[in-house]
Design a protein around this ligand. Structure first.
Ligand SMILES: Nc1ncnc2c1ncn2[C@@H]1O[C@H](COP(=O)(O)OP(=O)(O)OP(=O)(O)O)[C@@H](O)[C@H]1O
Ligand SMILES: [Mg+2]
Length: 388
């Protein structure tokens, strides 16, 4: 049996690998151990972080007693270290150069300069740099953490008031922020899976933000998201992007705005989309992004997920809650659709800042084959959320 090392991952990730003929060795944070991981393997190595040093040290220890055939990660904070370890030991896994382009936004912008994916950007180190960039893009700019995720430290500046407000919130001693021109239009994400350099666009996800924040509130996969011509054009655009960054294996979650029939790239992540987007893809296409990525390296020749899932839904959506709601009330409103997941936690203490993705306290995932029933349920969720 081949030995595969996985670095981190939400506990749900580990459900996807049951039955694959690998010996799984998982490097995990103590607080992220869950029942799915325990069911998959007893070879769990607890680490305090996923920094490159920690991961290499741990893999050194493992290599003293056994060989490793593959190294992978399916979580944002483990990707780059997994890619580095693959490169360091010449063990197949995630390509380091491609991964770096996905994680490091300034690098992505510079690599894609002079291509159809180009977006104006500049690293800002002083208040004056930010002001100068805004003078060049007075209709709007975005300032973001160069390697951020979860929409943390992303500031949209559209006028002099928001410019001042953003500058006040930054630490003036040592700013290192990436400025980008503001990309107008409607935002969607594209979920792709590349197996052995063959790209497949599986779904387009419609995204809705929570109130006036950048925190994500709702994701919908539905044939109504885009007309079929735009879907095809966007699919080709994303395939060209994946080729441009030399992505050869695994899932990607690509964020794009669409304005006047043109596409603009926000970013590309070499992982499954967060907030249960992977589950929405599986519900609507039958493709299990996690499993398929590893299955290619296993001995199972045929895809075991594409045709075997009993239900393929036409419509699937996830709705995240930032304020608590009574789960029974949600169930009551969702009677006409299938509830795939429903989780509700406790209220957050007052935040005193805009919400970010990490502030979510609950979620529901629903699916249906009936357009009217699905969108009626979505309308209920939107009303419940905006009333809370
Ligand atoms: N140049 C831009 N123009 C318009 N909107 C933008 C731009 N950059 C970012 N945004 C908005 O801010 C959101 C978060 O930005 P970005 O994806 O770069 O950061 P992130 O921290 O990686 O977020 P996440 O991990 O949630 O995807 C985007 O989904 C988009 O709504
Ligand atoms: Mg993003």
């Amino acid at each position: 049996m081949k030995n595969i090392v996985l670095i981190g991952g939400h506990d749900e990730t580990f459900m996807h690998f049951e039955g694959l003929d690998f010996n799984f060795i998982v490097l995990q944070l103590p607080e992220s151990q869950g029942k799915n991981l325990a069911a998959l393997t007893n070879k769990i190595h607890l680490v305090n972080d996923f920094s490159e040093i920690t991961i290499i040290e741990e893999i050194d220890k493992i290599l003293k007693t056994q060989s490793i055939d593959y190294i992978f990660s399916f979580t944002e904070d483990g990707l780059l270290s997994a890619a580095r370890a693959s490169q360091h030991y010449a063990i197949p896994g995630i390509d380091y150069e491609t991964c770096e382009i996905c994680i490091c936004k300034p690098l992505m912008r510079s690599r894609l300069e002079h291509t159809e994916f180009a977006v104006a950007s500049k690293i800002c180190k002083t208040r004056r740099d930010v002001e100068a960039f805004f003078n060049c893009y007075p209709n709007g700019m975005v300032l973001k953490d160069p390697t951020g995720s979860g929409s943390e430290n992303v500031f949209i500046i559209k006028d002099s008031a928001s410019l001042l407000d953003t500058l006040e919130r930054l630490n003036h001693e040592n700013i290192v922020m990436l400025a980008e021109e503001f990309l107008n239009g409607r935002e969607v994400s594209v979920e792709t899976l590349t197996i052995d350099s063959q790209h497949r666009v599986l779904a387009i996800t419609n995204k809705q933000l929570y109130k006036t924040s950048l925190a994500e509130e709702q994701h919908i996969i539905s044939p109504d998201n885009l007309d079929s011509d735009t879907f095809s054009e966007l699919s080709r655009y994303c395939e060209r992007l994946l080729t441009a960054i030399n992505h050869t294996h695994g899932p990607c979650h690509i964020e794009v705005t669409i304005a006047d029939g043109k596409f603009h790239l926000i970013e590309v992540n070499n992982r499954v989309g967060g907030d249960y987007i992977g589950l929405l893809v599986e519900l609507t296409t039958g493709v299990d992004l996690f499993r398929e990525t590893l299955r290619f390296h296993s001995h199972e020749a045929e895809s075991d997920t594409t045709n075997t899932q009993l239900t393929h839904y036409k419509f699937a959506g996830s709705h995240l809650f930032y304020e608590p709601l009574n789960p029974d009330m949600i169930r009551d409103y969702m009677q006409e659709v299938d509830i795939i997941r429903l989780v509700m936690g406790e209220a957050n203490p007052p935040l005193g800042r805009p919400h970010i993705n990490d502030d979510k306290i609950g979620l529901v995932v629903i699916a249906s084959n009936d357009r009217k029933k699905f969108y009626t349920a979505i309308d209920h969720l939107n009303r419940l959320s905006s009333a809370s």
